[in-house]
Design a protein around this ligand. Structure first.
Ligand SMILES: [Cu+2]
Length: 133
């Protein structure tokens, strides 16, 4: 009986402790939606501000006629991602074909300033900044 109880307890604890690499569990139902649109050749808005430790759902739409990326390697590395699979394999950018809509859920634990750009069109001024405060 005791052995069964301990087994059940360990099972329940490991189910509760889902998050990877020792991070605090996040209540993603509290995620605040922030919208970002890409066109030729800019982001709207081109400055994003997030509060640290607040879960966000960054909703990105490509309203242009070309493929655009939201390239922000340092930012993506610094945050806790709920769904890293929406990023490219290197986790450096979100790639959006024309008409694509993608949602990235994250929590930023670290205040700071981060660069964002479209890797294909930064030469045309398709750049911006992310602030975590
Ligand atoms: Cu672009």
């Amino acid at each position: 009986m005791l052995k069964w109880l301990i087994g059940a307890l360990i099972g329940a604890l490991s189910l509760a402790a889902q998050p990877s690499w020792g991070e605090t569990p996040v209540d993603w139902s509290e995620a605040r939606r922030v919208d970002l649109a890409a066109v030729e050749y800019s982001f709207a808005p081109n400055h994003l501000t997030f509060r640290r430790d607040q879960p966000y759902r960054l909703h990105v739409e490509n309203h242009g006629r070309e493929t655009h990326e939201l390239t922000a390697a340092d930012f993506f590395k610094s945050v806790q991602l709920r769904n890293p699979e929406v990023l490219n394999q290197d986790r450096t950018e979100l790639v959006l074909q024309p008409g694509d809509k993608k949602d990235l859920y994250f929590v930023a634990p670290q205040p700071g300033h981060y660069d964002m750009r479209c890797a294909d069109h930064d030469w045309a001024g398709m750049t911006g900044e992310i602030t975590v405060e």
